[in-house]
Design a protein around this ligand. Structure first.
Ligand code: ADP
Ligand code: MG
Length: 315
């Protein structure tokens, strides 16, 4: 199959047709209309086989996850997703593989009304780079830099399940089905991110683990944080599968869950409850922001200790 045939048969075939896409796939570049009084929010993330997903991950899950991790970045900014582009490097033009990849990708794209508007297709070791663009009303993007002393710290959903799946795989065991789903099909918290506009003082998505990612918020906001380790949310299934110490370790340091961590002033507590009331998204308070630098945890015995914030480093 030739390159342009491949693009036509797989990437141009999609159901989403947005009115703000003036020119999509097929020209030298795409042309889109940005709504008035909105700002464009742009994110890019690459998945490399063997680094970001195990080599034997199904093509459907790779397609899903490549878009999901990008939508998660938009969610952390409070943006409404609109468009995506896809730069894909393939070892060969395997049509069965591509069909499954597109199923995973477009299934999630349709859920968020995201149109694929362009990309690039090359040959080489399997690598998938997706860029996404979304909107926020002027000045309403959520950032990492505005957490203030006294703000409460929250996380959405449950932590650690993707990490537990990765741990099982690295030890040659099969993870449970729920853990595998959490690893391969993380749900980007798009609606939650949008609901947090004008409520959260800072936000980030948890890709490298809570400690590392909350570490970015406290560093970039020039504050510190203290979290209650027993309050870290894990699923009942995970709690039953590991010891209390492992549970805290996974919740703090396991990555790949793609939940949101955010801070909000006490005065916004009610607004927050209201904003989340109609969302199918659990959330809970895990601690408080302080002026004193560093990330601290209160252990179940009531002792306070410093938490290492170093996450995954590529180099
Ligand atoms: P050019 O050589 O001008 O860069 P290409 O042949 O790379 O054009 O791409 C042709 C068209 O197909 C462009 O509109 C490009 O955005 C689109 N395209 C190429 N690869 C992909 C892909 N993997 N997904 C979506 N669109 C793609
Ligand atoms: Mg090109």
């Amino acid at each position: 199959m030739r390159e342009h045939q491949l693009i036509q048969s797989f990437f141009e075939k999609q159901n989403i047709k947005r009115p703000d896409v003036i020119l999509g796939i097929g020209d030298d570049a795409a042309v889109v209309t940005v709504p008035e009084k909105q700002q464009l929010v742009v994110a890019t993330d690459t998945l490399v086989a063997g680094v970001h997903f195990p080599e034997n991950t199904s093509p459907e899950d790779i397609g899903y996850k490549a878009l999901a991790v990008n939508l998660s970045d938009l969610a952390a900014m409070g943006a409404t997703p609109a468009w995506a582009s896809l730069a894909i490097t393939l070892p060969n033009a395997d049509e069965t593989w591509l069909h499954a990849f597109c199923q995973g990708f477009f299934e999630l794209a349709a859920q968020h009304n995201v149109q694929l508007i362009g990309g690039d297709t090359t040959q080489g070791p399997l690598t998938v780079t997706v860029s996404v663009q979304g909107f926020v009303p002027q000045g309403e993007a959520l950032t990492r830099t505005r957490a203030k002393a006294g703000d409460e710290i929250y996380v959405t959903g449950y932590l650690g399940a993707a990490g537990l799946a990765l741990r099982a795989l690295s030890e040659g065991r099969a993870p449970s089905e729920t853990q595998t789903t959490q690893l391969n099909r993380p749900v980007p918290r798009v609606a939650a991110g949008m609901a947090l506009r004008n409520i959260a003082s800072a936000a980030i998505d948890i890709s490298d683990g809570l400690a590392a990612d909350l570490g970015h918020i406290v560093q970039q906001s020039q504050v510190g944080a203290c979290i209650t380790l027993a309050a870290l949310p894990v699923s009942a299934q995970l709690a039953a599968a590991v010891s209390p110490e492992e549970r805290i370790e996974l919740a703090l340091h396991a990555g790949d869950d793609y939940e949101l961590c955010f801070t909000a002033p006490l005065a916004k507590r009610e607004a927050l409850a209201k904003a989340f009331a109609d969302l199918d998204c659990p959330y809970c308070c895990i601690g408080v922001i302080y002026n004193e630098a560093g990330l601290r945890g209160i252990t179940p015995d009531g002792e306070t200790s410093l938490i290492e914030t170093r996450g995954y480093e590529h180099f």
